[in-house]
Design a binder for this molecule. Structure first.
Ligand SMILES: [Zn+2]
Ligand SMILES: [Zn+2]
Length: 452
């Protein structure tokens, strides 16, 4: 089997892996790097431009896995894009939103590459999407060769799949982004067990050891207590969230805390794409029963939109909980603007509930929270830090120890590391080399072809 990691920067970036298994040319995921702009955010498709792909698999609908799919689909208009039922619903919605964001960025920042694709390209993607049920194999043929494709639930976010290929009795498994623990809206991963030949493994959390005293339940508890404290002292609470997955999870956590009398009733403000995704979640629940999310709770909580009348430094016009994207407080997003309003006021608080890349404003604010002030670049505003800033570990990714255990039980002959910063991959390289001494552990350099 041949493999090329097409993600040009080698860290998390734009997920896209090309593999050749027998006669089959396959691409798993086609993302955009959230930290880059324009064409620099795309995978290095030049490396496969002369190849006719036989299959494309989409593991889930976060943009680092989905965002450049229309570009590669346009080059391979007859290739099936295999994915789970929720992703068939969500992918076009996420891509259409991405076009609108790119068009805005073109105007506001003069990025002439944008938009990288158009609505007609999304229609083309929709035509190519092939829904496949979890844990049910489908056989694809080419000449006299066959390959079986099986999707396995990967937790992480609704629709997320690990993908298994079986070819000549060899099992090749891409973990995709994985969470073994159950979330309030979604059961945990159920990955294929038994011996695997080649495992392509995500490594997002490789740089941090698991703290056994911290559980998901205890973190939810600590978060609810913190929100309560902020509200009791008369402040507003900002929770920056990803629109897909995390926002809906937080709605459920808040709703349940209220039902048990652990949070007082207060206005909840939400904005943007995430609210629309809630409608999709409702549809997906009705059709597939793959998630536990009832949209009527938004009405019961009287969720309202965010008052756009915000000015940096002036406290928010309406108090309450602000559940807004982006999760890493990226510039120009609602969470960035809300933070610029609430940060100078000591009664307020920010609760981060997921991973923040150190290069994003959210990551920098966490880093600099004891420094006294924070500079909001695009608003040209330096805010004194008086609000409380806390972080809670409700990550959508498995702990490194769990992934290492999984790889070890699979006795994979080759493990290819993927989707992680250099430090994270280093840990897996050391750990798996020790635990699987007979196996080949590969930390691929982008753009180089490996035989595994
Ligand atoms: Zn993801
Ligand atoms: Zn990812």
């Amino acid at each position: 089997m041949k493999l090329i990691d097409l993600n040009p920067n080698g860290a998390i970036g734009a997920s896209a892996t090309y593999v050749q298994i027998g006669a089959f040319h396959i691409l798993v995921d086609s993302g955009l790097n959230p930290k880059e702009l324009g064409l620099a955010a795309t995978p290095d498709f030049g490396l496969i431009e002369d190849i006719d792909l036989d299959l494309i698999v989409l593991t889930h609908c976060h943009l680092d896995h989905l965002g450049s799919l229309p570009i590669i689909a346009a080059h391979n208009p007859d290739t099936p894009i295999i994915t789970s039922a929720p992703n068939v619903e969500l992918a076009p919605r996420m891509l259409r939103n991405s076009i609108n964001v790119m068009k805005r960025q073109r105007e506001e920042h003069g990025i002439t590459d944008y938009p990288l694709f158009l609505h007609r390209d999304v229609i083309q993607v929709s035509k190519q999407l092939v829904m496949q049920r979890f844990e049910r194999g489908e056989i694809y043929r080419k000449g006299d060769e066959t390959i079986e494709v099986i999707l396995h639930p990967a937790g992480h976010v609704v629709g997320a799949a690990a993908v298994e290929f079986i070819h000549n009795n060899r099992r090749i498994v891409f973990s995709g982004d994985v969470l073994f623990e159950a979330q309030r809206t979604l059961p945990g991963a159920h990955l294929p067990t038994g011996k695997i030949d080649t495992l392509i493994l995500e490594t997002t959390r490789g740089a941090k050891a698991r703290k056994p005293e911290l559980t998901r339940a205890s973190e939810v508890d600590r978060l609810v207590t913190q929100i309560n404290d902020i509200l009791e002292r008369g402040g507003s609470c900002l929770i920056p969230v990803f629109a897909l997955g995390r926002m809906q999870e937080l709605f459920k956590i808040i709703f349940e805390a209220r039902s048990f009398g652990r949070l007082p009733k207060c206005p909840i403000h939400a904005a943007g794409l995430g609210m629309d995704i809630c409608n999709y979640f409702e549809k997906i629940r009705k059709r597939t029963q793959l998630i536990d999310f009832d949209i009527s709770m938004l009405e019961k909580m009287k969720v309202r939109s965010v008052d756009q009348n915000m000015r940096p430094g002036r406290d928010l016009p309406r108090k309450g909980i602000y559940l807004v994207s982006s999760g890493m407080m990226v510039e120009h997003t609602p969470s960035y603007k809300v933070a610029a309003s609430l940060l100078p006021h000591p009664q307020n608080g920010i609760c981060f509930v997921g991973y923040c890349d150190p290069d994003t404003p959210g990551g920098k604010l966490l880093e600099e929270r004891d420094s006294g002030s924070f500079f909001f670049d695009v608003l040209d505003y330096s805010a004194p830090i008086r609000a409380s800033i806390d972080q809670f570990d409700l990550s959508g990714h498995a702990h490194r120890e769990e992934l290492s255990d999984y790889a070890t039980q699979s006795e994979a002959r080759s493990v290819v590391l993927n989707h992680g910063d250099p430090e994270a991959r280093e840990w897996f390289l050391r750990d798996l080399t020790e635990r699987l001494p007979q196996s080949k552990i590969v930390n691929p350099t982008s753009g180089i072809e490996y035989t595994v």
